[in-house]
Design a protein around this ligand. Structure first.
Ligand SMILES: [Zn+2]
Length: 437
């Protein structure tokens, strides 16, 4: 199957041809074959005239929590949490206990719709539904396949709901890993909630099980709050990553999330093991847990995630830029969030999925998003960051692996309104259930 997209402005940040005002993209069997000024007499099965629309690579959310998709508009906790641990106890650890199979499915569907609507075609999810464990990652894989999103799944293991729940979560991670390790569009990771909610015995149990598996990587929150570092130190370790490394849990397939309170030892261990950092600015601001230092982000070539706050990566990059600016003196160096989104995230996804994702270069997956964007100022290869973060909003068309999932603002293959209506019904039941926990 060969498709030719004609007459489009191409933005391919950090790619071989980074900007082209008017060009074409040739797609063959779900992979980008060529881009540039192509001969329009080329033999193809389908030609699409994009009439001057702007094409960007499909974006990647390097740390998502689809399970929190039904939290939008949820009542505030009555206890007025005053620190990070209290936020977890009064909000998220109640939500993840209340989720059952139907509300989890509705969370996945509505959360993935939100991502696709904003041009995000690969989601690296960190899942928690503590009362619905067995089969929850299989359901995630099925839902992502149905909607056409590349998905990474992991179940958050924790000690906080007892030994039986921990063991069931470990089994779910391992069974998902074994079922989907060779899959093209689904990438299993081993999910851990955080160091401070897992005992040494639990970390040892995870380590023992992983010894006989291959190609695994963990996905875990690290040093999001000072409490996580203090906990590791109180148990006799130098830091959070020192503790995880002690149990042999870090490798080049691992994702360590946040790293706000990383110390020198953590930076060294992340570099030595190849573990990848993901920064989530809007969530960090919302939880008031501090701001990841510029040096940590730069040294570890951090990716960008939303930590369940939203499915809109352009907004996350813009908000990250603004949040950081609010803490900096005039003239001080900041972080280039476009680089996190369009350079570091593709490197993370490419490494995890074992195939090229996140650019429009030949050989990459044909995941692309098309904006019907009419710039009111000059648009060129030097100012694309300004246009993408401050000008563009929702794409009109989205393609993953060479197949249109949204065409002229309409989803293809399912009825969006039905799924959103179901999510609304499920959210009402979920919120009522949360009040009783
Ligand atoms: Zn998270």
């Amino acid at each position: 199957m060969r498709t030719l997209l004609n007459n489009c402005r191409i933005i391919n940040p950090y790619g071989e041809i980074p900007f082209l005002d008017n060009g074409s993209i040739l797609i063959e069997n779900g992979i980008i074959k060529k881009l540039g000024l192509l001969d329009s007499s080329i033999q193809v099965d389908e030609t699409v005239d994009l009439a001057g629309k702007t094409v960007l690579p499909g974006m990647i959310n390097a740390h998502a929590h689809l399970y929190s998709a039904l939290a939008v508009g949820m009542p505030f906790p009555t206890g007025n949490p005053t620190n990070f641990t209290e936020v977890l106890e009064q909000v998220w650890w109640i939500l993840d206990l209340a989720l059952d199979k139907d509300s989890t499915r509705a969370s996945y569907e509505s959360g993935l719709i939100d991502h696709l609507r904003h041009g995000v075609t690969t989601v690296i999810d960190h899942h928690s539904s503590q009362s619905f464990i067995n089969g929850s990652l299989q359901l995630l894989a099925e839902t992502a396949e149905k909607l056409g999103v590349n998905i990474s799944g992991a179940f958050e293991m924790t000690d906080r709901n007892g030994e039986k729940t921990f063991q069931e979560s470990l089994n779910e991670n391992i069974s998902f890993h074994r079922s989907f390790d060779q899959s093209n569009n689904i990438r299993p990771l081993i999910g851990l909630h955080a160091s401070f909610t897992l005992s040494d015995e639990s970390l040892q149990a995870i380590s023992d099980v992983l010894k006989v598996e291959s190609h695994w990587g963990i996905h875990i929150h690290t040093a999001e709050d000072k409490a996580d570092q203090l906990d590791a130190v109180s148990r006799g370790y130098k830091s959070t990553l020192d503790r995880l490394n002690h149990f042999g849990l870090l490798n080049e397939n691992s994702l360590v999330i946040h790293g706000i309170h990383f110390v020198e030892e953590d930076l060294k261990i992340a570099k030595d093991t190849g573990a990848m950092l993901v920064h989530n600015p809007s969530s960090n601001a919302n939880n008031r847990v501090g701001m990841t230092p510029n040096e940590t982000i730069q040294q570890l070539k951090s990716g960008l995630g939303t930590d369940g706050m939203q499915g809109n990566m352009l907004a996350e990059a813009k908000e990250g830029t603004l949040i950081r600016s609010g803490h900096l003196a005039g003239g001080a160096a900041s972080v280039n969030y476009a680089e996190l989104l369009f350079k570091n995230n593709p490197e993370i996804a490419t490494k995890l999925f074992g195939r090229k994702i996140g650019k429009l270069d030949p050989g990459y997956a044909a995941d692309l998003v098309i904006f019907d964007y009419i710039p009111r100022t000059e648009f060129n290869g030097n100012n694309w960051i300004g246009h993408t973060l401050f000008g563009m909003e929702k794409p009109s068309d989205v393609m993953t692996n060479g197949i249109f999932r949204i065409r002229n603002n309409e989803f293809i293959g399912f009825n969006e309104k039905d799924l959103i209506k179901n999510a609304e019904n499920q959210s009402q039941q979920l919120w009522q259930k949360m009040e009783k926990i």
